[in-house]
Design a protein around this ligand. Sequence first.
Ligand SMILES: C[S@@+](CC[C@H](N)C(=O)[O-])C[C@H]1O[C@@H](n2cnc3c(N)ncnc32)[C@H](O)[C@@H]1O
Length: 229
Amino acid sequence: MTTNETAASVLFTRDARGYDDLRRRLIPSFDEFYGTAVKLIQEWQSGANLEVLDVGAGTGLFSAMVLEACPVERLCLLDGSSAMLEQACARVGPKVEVELHHADMAVADLGGPWDLIVSALAIHHLSDEGKRVLYGRIRHALKPGGLFVNAEQVAGPGAAADQRYQKIWLEGIRRLGVSDHEIDKAAERMLHDKCASVEDQLCWLRDVGFSDVDCSFKAWRFAVISGRA
Ligand SMILES: C[S@@+](CC[C@H](N)C(=O)[O-])C[C@H]1O[C@@H](n2cnc3c(N)ncnc32)[C@H](O)[C@@H]1O
């Protein structure tokens, strides 16, 4: 662990080995969830070689999908876990020149301006105020017309919905063969989750100046939200 690692990132460093293997089984709607996020990017992209930032890139899972789908000239991966970034570098490094940014997204310099900023399952580790501030910084780090896509774990509109999401998620991942030990480890990581509702997050995106704000996919606690700078 280095001083840049946040409490959430420490657990991702611990569980970095085997992360990719488990990912598909921990997200019952995996293909549609990431697939919608990639489709949004394909619908928007102009054909030019893109400069892309991935916030909370982890092992580069989402970035690798973006690379498959679009021409990317420059890719920066930002994450608080060095072990996750090492795996990301091995995964996407051969395909594109990649910059690794080991930092806390709450305070990191986002650089830019970027054509595209993506994030998956990461921003929910920040407080609601932290998310709002980050959305504003992301808006300012984008080129005019640039796109932000956040494939995210979200809260329900109330406690009853959250209980429903939890029950349906547990049923889904058990069906996919996730063991009790893996569920315990995921639950420990999820203690750091501070999920916000889709409704709130769409408002925050509009408040900081994004246009064409939308939720293109939602299946229980997994949603894809986006906006244009
Ligand atoms: C569930 S993983 C998602 C990784 C990847 N985006 C994906 O789709 O598989 C969450 C990632 O967010 C990172 N993370 C959590 N809090 C962070 C923070 N404050 N700053 C930077 N990275 C953070 C963790 O280290 C971890 O790699």
